[in-house]
Design a protein. Structure first.
Length: 219
């Protein structure tokens, strides 16, 4: 995709993943009066917390490395269940941001979700510029979860998804069409609410972090 490819994460990727994670938070720590060594230690500890959290609560997720010309340039973490597809994280090295790579992988994920008729959910901080990409792609806010907003994308309805309500139901509903998908587990078509538990990342990774804004699109 766009000259890039995906492969499964391997143990020897850890050094790259720490560097990638560090690059996503350099801007927010720039003004913090710590030494470079203190910042590096803090970021290593935060990376370890996040990694432990993901492996504990999403052990069966797809943990993938994005490569270009055989070299790692980013990561894509996705968890699939019977109820939803969760975009856990997509991140690129600074030199590879702004090229549409993250958007292309996002669109590919949405196509898979549409084929499976599943919603896609994610968590994003309100000040993260990537939020604009998600909203342009059709995501909408579903819930406020501490430092995060939960966003949800719902698959378009196939033809024939709507049917006229029974006469008695039409009278009760004011003649509106009844949505067969509205009762689908976990999704309220009117409000877009997802019956999701409080995001554990907000409790684990951010329990020891600063309430600062992350940097740019495609993190």
């Amino acid at each position: 995709m766009d000259g890039t490819s995906l492969r499964k994460e391997r143990p020897e990727d850890e050094a790259f993943l720490i560097a990638l994670y560090t690059s996503t938070r350099e801007t927010e720590l720039a003004g913090v009066p710590w030494t470079d060594a203190q910042k590096a230690e803090f970021l290593r500890s935060q990376f370890a917390l996040q990694r432990s959290h993901y492996r504990t609560y999403y052990h069966d997720a797809d943990f993938c490395i994005i490569e270009a010309d055989g070299k790692p340039i980013g990561r894509l973490y996705v968890h699939r269940s019977a109820r939803e597809i969760r975009l856990m994280d997509i991140a690129l090295l600074p030199a590879w941001r702004g090229r549409g790579i993250g958007g292309a992988y996002l669109q590919a994920l949405l196509r898979k979700a549409q084929a499976a008729n599943l919603p896609v959910t994610l968590h994003v901080e309100p000040g993260n510029p990537a939020r604009r990409l998600y909203l342009r792609t059709g995501f909408r806010r579903a819930a406020e979860l501490g430092l995060y907003q939960q966003l949800v994308w719902l698959p378009p309805k196939p033809a024939g998804e709507y049917e006229a309500a029974e006469p008695a139901q039409q009278q009760q509903d004011g003649g509106r069409l009844r949505d067969r998908g509205a009762g689908r587990s976990g999704v309220d078509r009117q409000g877009g609410e997802i019956e999701a538990k409080q995001d554990e990342v907000g409790r684990s990774e951010h329990a020891n972090t600063l309430a600062l804004q992350p940097e740019g699109e495609d993190r």
